[in-house]
Design a protein around this ligand. Structure first.
Ligand code: GDP
Ligand code: GDP
Length: 437
């Protein structure tokens, strides 16, 4: 089941990133009194009233030239209208209603998307009157909030979550492997889709998916069914905002949510850039199986070490995803293309792998015997029982006397032992420590 997207739209400086950070609860993200500050995180996940969602801060799209602000706000709104399920339209009580706000409101009204108006910087109760003028925007009751004081965030989330669409179950059978291709513009996503389909027998093309605008493409090989998720997004061309990172991230987000296996495309010709990490990181956080696909391998001058060096380069850049296999290919010449689907099948299997409890306990006991758990003030962490509680991704719970004594490094050690015993190629593993003595 995919998580719906809530997008925050509004003029610069109304407080979008402040609210965004409050909602995802990421205290590390910094908001400074400086314009143009780089924002690392533009999406996150949250849960409210039992509904899980992704949230995207569409702010910070930078455009050169005149009328810059208006253009960038217009672009954010367009982006949110296209991709989001609910839009939080943020305005500023201190500056009041502006011409730019009105213009965005017109766009949003035409979109017929569910909109919540958040009036930020209502820092104390005596300023509640400041919200009245925002009724004229035409979206019903504005929600007064204060990002800096953390007031009204709950009310805002109530209003946003209430407007989320009903959950839609995926209609694909369990035995169909759902594959998403992600990567920045021009890495060769559509070329790879075409190359894959050109070789395979296409059962039905362009079957409408569960989401209104997603088009998926199913195909079959050697009796295994696959579906390429959201190939429509790859065909859509020519819009200015396609080249912006926020556009590709939102698009990728949705596809990732619906996939089992994520192909993270890297441009072999250009190498790895920061944007690749953002995109890959989401697949990791979403608990999906992943494969790095280095495309355009035909353009590379190669010797017998080139692949090894490139793979090392990937390992150095994606430290958090050492489990993901790397496949080198050319979508254009189709060289090495045949290597891809077997790896997709393998990681999909590992993603759904369930380990018997007694075997898992044996592995952990052996690991503990070799390298005992950490101690603190004479007390030792005792792990009494281990069990796998979920698949996709494999999720393991360690029952222990004092979960607070678990160290990241020891958890990592146990994960490595588990991986050494069972492969788990291509999939993240989640490990939780719970109290039980
Ligand atoms: P964005 O450009 O819309 O993402 O806005 P920011 O989140 O970067 O915030 C812009 C400025 O408004 C920063 O200086 C924030 O500290 C300030 N700010 C954010 N929320 C509030 C608030 O609730 N009250 C006041 N007084 N200032 C706020
Ligand atoms: P997308 O934006 O990620 O969907 O990328 P496209 O599939 O549209 O490809 C972008 C450009 O890269 C096009 O000009 C393709 O012909 C080219 N391209 C894609 N794959 C390869 C490849 O394997 N080798 C070479 N040399 N060019 C490729």
């Amino acid at each position: 089941m995919s998580r719906p997207i809530i997008a925050i739209v509004g003029r610069p400086n109304v407080g979008k990133s402040t609210i965004f950070n409050r909602i995802i609860g990421d205290r590390l993200a910094i908001v400074e009194d400086k314009p143009g500050i780089t924002r690392d995180r533009i999406y996150g996940t949250g849960e409210w009233n039992g509904r899980a969602f992704s949230i995207v801060d569409t702010g910070g799209i930078e455009i050169d030239g005149e009328d810059e602000i208006m253009k960038s706000v217009r672009m954010q709104a367009e982006l949110a209208i296209e991709e989001a399920d609910v839009i939080i339209f943020m305005v500023d009580a201190k500056t009041g209603l502006t011409h730019a706000d009105d213009e965005v409101a017109q766009m949003l009204l035409r979109s017929r998307k569910p909109i919540v108006v958040a009036v930020n910087k209502v820092d104390n109760f005596s300023r509640q009157d400041d919200v009245y003028e925002f009724y004229s925007l035409g979206f019903g009751d504005p929600v007064p909030i204060s990002g800096s004081h953390g007031i009204g965030i709950g009310d805002l989330l109530d209003a946003a979550v209430e407007r989320l669409p009903e959950l839609v179950e995926e209609h694909y059978d369990e035995d169909v492997i759902r594959v998403a291709l992600i990567g920045r513009p021009n890495v060769g996503k559509s070329s790879l889709v075409n190359a894959l389909l050109g070789e395979e027998r296409v059962i039905v093309s362009d079957v409408a998916g569960t989401t209104r605008d997603a088009i998926d493409t199913p195909f079959e090989r050697d009796g295994q069914k696959f579906v390429l998720i959201d190939t429509a997004g790859m065909r859509k061309r020519g819009k200015v905002y396609e080249s912006t990172e926020k556009y590709s991230v939102m698009r990728a987000l949705k596809a990732i949510e619906r996939a089992d296996v994520v192909l993270v495309l890297i441009n072999g010709e250009e190498g790895i850039i920061e944007q690749d990490k953002h995109i890959a990181g989401y697949a990791h956080e979403a608990g999906k199986a992943s494969i790095f696909v280095v495309n355009k391998w035909d353009t590379i001058e190669k010797d017998d070490k080139t692949m090894q060096h490139f793979e090392q380069n990937i390992r150095d850049h994606f430290l958090f995803m050492t489990y993901a296999p790397v496949v080198f290919l050319s979508a254009k010449t189709k060289s090495r293309l045949h290597k891809l689907l077997p790896v997709v099948c393998r990681v999909s299997e590992q993603h759904a792998l369930r380990i018997q409890t007694h075997i898992l306990n044996d592995i952990i006991s052996d690991a503990i015997a070799i390298n005992p758990p950490p101690t603190d003030k004479g007390r030792r962490l005792r792990i009494n029982y281990v069990t796998q509680v979920a698949v996709k991704p494999p999720t393991i719970v360690l029952f222990a006397n004092d979960p607070d004594m678990m160290h990241f490094s020891y958890e990592r050690y146990l994960e490595n032992k588990i991986r050494a015993a069972f492969d788990f190629a291509g999939t993240p593993i989640r490990i939780f420590t719970r109290k039980k003595s």
